[in-house]
Design a binder for this molecule. Structure first.
Ligand SMILES: Cc1cc2nc3c(=O)[nH]c(=O)nc-3n(C[C@H](O)[C@H](O)[C@H](O)COP(=O)(O)O)c2cc1C
Length: 202
């Protein structure tokens, strides 16, 4: 039985294409069965704190030195780390903003990724991710369409972050493009047409 974590990061609620595409992915996974628990982390309703001087200091403190203030400052970070740790599958919806991810999603990542927690160093000073074996689905909405061969910064960036700092290497991207074009209609079915076949594992 699998646990799913669903991350929502567009402020546009029901109007959001990334929220909807990520919900369609969730639905497909539910159709496949074998799901134990779904946790929704809505980064708009509950905005992640930004890393500031004091919280960054706590991030690098040895756990033996944690005090009451540390626990308070790290409470959001610890909560989302536990949510990711518990999840087998993570679905992340994000709008494309200036070729990158939404700011709440960036703030969530900056709270999540932590030396000693999501990755450690081995005796050769190589990073070892602590969350290996999980699956990430990205649902990315963009107003325009990427030109043939143009870089996909969002997918490349998130894949690198997950691989290097969590050990998660299985990141699959679904895109809904051209949402701001005249007469645009969303066709989630065709975006996800190969979903079942590619994901027999789950
Ligand atoms: C601040 C801002 C920056 C944007 N930057 C881009 C961009 O770089 N490329 C693009 O194709 N669309 C861009 N868009 C359009 C959004 O990606 C598009 O509206 C998308 O559908 C938003 O996702 P959502 O529907 O999940 O809210 C931008 C929109 C805003 C508000």
């Amino acid at each position: 039985m699998k646990n799913i974590l669903h991350i929502i990061s567009s402020a546009r609620g029901e109007q959001s294409y990334s929220n909807k595409l990520s919900s369609f992915i969730l639905e497909r996974l539910l159709q496949q069965g074998n799901i134990n628990k779904i946790t929704v982390r809505d980064l708009i309703k509950n905005t992640p704190p930004h890393a500031d001087e004091v919280s960054i200091h706590e991030f690098y403190k040895h756990p033996a030195l944690y005090d009451e203030q540390s626990q308070q400052l790290l409470s959001y970070a610890n909560m989302i780390v536990n949510e990711v740790r518990e999840a087998d599958i993570i679905i992340i919806g994000t709008p494309m903003f200036n070729l990158g991810i939404s700011t709440p999603l960036k703030a969530w990542l900056d709270q999540l990724i932590r030396m000693g927690i999501t990755y450690v160093f081995d005796e050769h000073w190589d990073r070892v991710g602590q969350f290996k074996g999980k699956k990430v689905y990205l649902a990315v909405a963009s107003g325009g369409k990427r030109a043939e061969g143009a870089p996909d910064y969002i997918s490349a960036y998130l894949k690198d972050v997950f691989r290097n700092y969590t050990g998660i290497t299985d990141v699959e991207t679904y895109r809904i493009e051209g949402t701001m074009e005249n007469g645009f209609t969303a066709d989630y079915e065709s975006i996800l047409k190969d979903f079942g076949t590619a994901n027999e594992l789950f």
